[in-house]
Design a binder for this molecule. Structure first.
Ligand code: ZN
Length: 255
């Protein structure tokens, strides 16, 4: 690390839990961020500030006026611009020291798996079950932990899945819930600072996983009610009936 980097990251390096060693781990890490909307904006912003060396930004959507209320990585000049491209401009202005890769199209599972295999952590800021399920699948296949967040109306939730082979996965929690039960921000609304709360927690989880400090939300689901500022944490177990762990079960039975 050069003098400029030591100064830039000094407030983290002075933490005994992080130190130069932890900062170096962050600088060497790659994180795939799915969706540069409300959650992804905050995750990407803080990870860039914290010095995560390589951020892969995936979004096929363009910036719209209705996004600016909460998607703080974009601005008025970026209306109509792809969100991943817009995010890269903001992140590079904040920290030119890090590398950003833009993926401005919808990827199939194989292409996503390839990116996940190059990543240390996956951060899901997407807004639909289909993408969240796909992120869970590639997380399991690549062995890359998944930090999943969601925010709707005035309620949010966050958990870390697939940190170890014993960890519950997204599917353990939701099973085969139907897509038509889906709640979206465009239909239900969301209060602006809530995505900041959940996105910041996701960024914190990513930093903890990369540096190995503290206890991630592995096997725990945190529920945030912004109205009462009530926070509850539920314990999650791996569901033996969850189809995602079948192949793994067979593998361990063979050994
Ligand atoms: Zn599962």
């Amino acid at each position: 690390m050069n003098d400029e980097q030591l100064l830039r990251y000094s407030r983290q390096i002075m933490l005994p839990d992080i130190d130069v060693k932890g900062q170096q781990k962050l600088n060497d890490a790659t994180v795939l961020i799915m969706g540069l909307g409300g959650l992804g904006s905050v995750v990407a912003y803080y990870l860039a500030g914290a010095g995560v060396g390589h951020l892969i930004l995936n979004d096929f959507d363009d910036v719209d006026w209705s996004n600016l209320q909460r998607q703080i990585i974009h601005n008025e000049k970026r209306i109509g611009m792809n969100k991943a491209v817009s995010a890269r401009e903001t992140l590079q202005a904040l920290n030119s020291d890090i590398k950003t890769s833009v993926v401005d199209r919808k990827l199939d599972e194989d292409a996503l798996l390839d990116l996940a295999s190059q990543s240390d952590v996956l951060a899901d800021g997407s807004d639909n079950f289909q993408t969240r399920r796909m992120m869970n699948t590639i997380s399991l296949k690549s062995g890359t932990p998944l930090v999943s967040g969601a925010a709707i109306r005035m309620e949010g939730q966050i958990s870390t899945f697939n940190l170890s082979t014993e960890s519950p996965c997204y599917q353990c929690l939701y099973g085969n819930q139907l897509d038509d039960e889906e709640l979206t921000c465009s239909e239900n609304g969301v209060i602006a600072p809530l995505v900041g709360i959940i996105g910041s927690m996701q960024a914190m989880e990513v930093v903890k996983i990369i540096t190995g400090i503290g206890e991630p939300l592995d096997g725990r689901l945190m529920l945030v009610d912004a109205k009462s500022m009530g926070i509850r944490t539920l314990n999650l177990m791996q569901d033996p009936a969850c189809s995602c762990h079948e192949s793994r079960g067979l593998q361990s039975a063979r050994q």
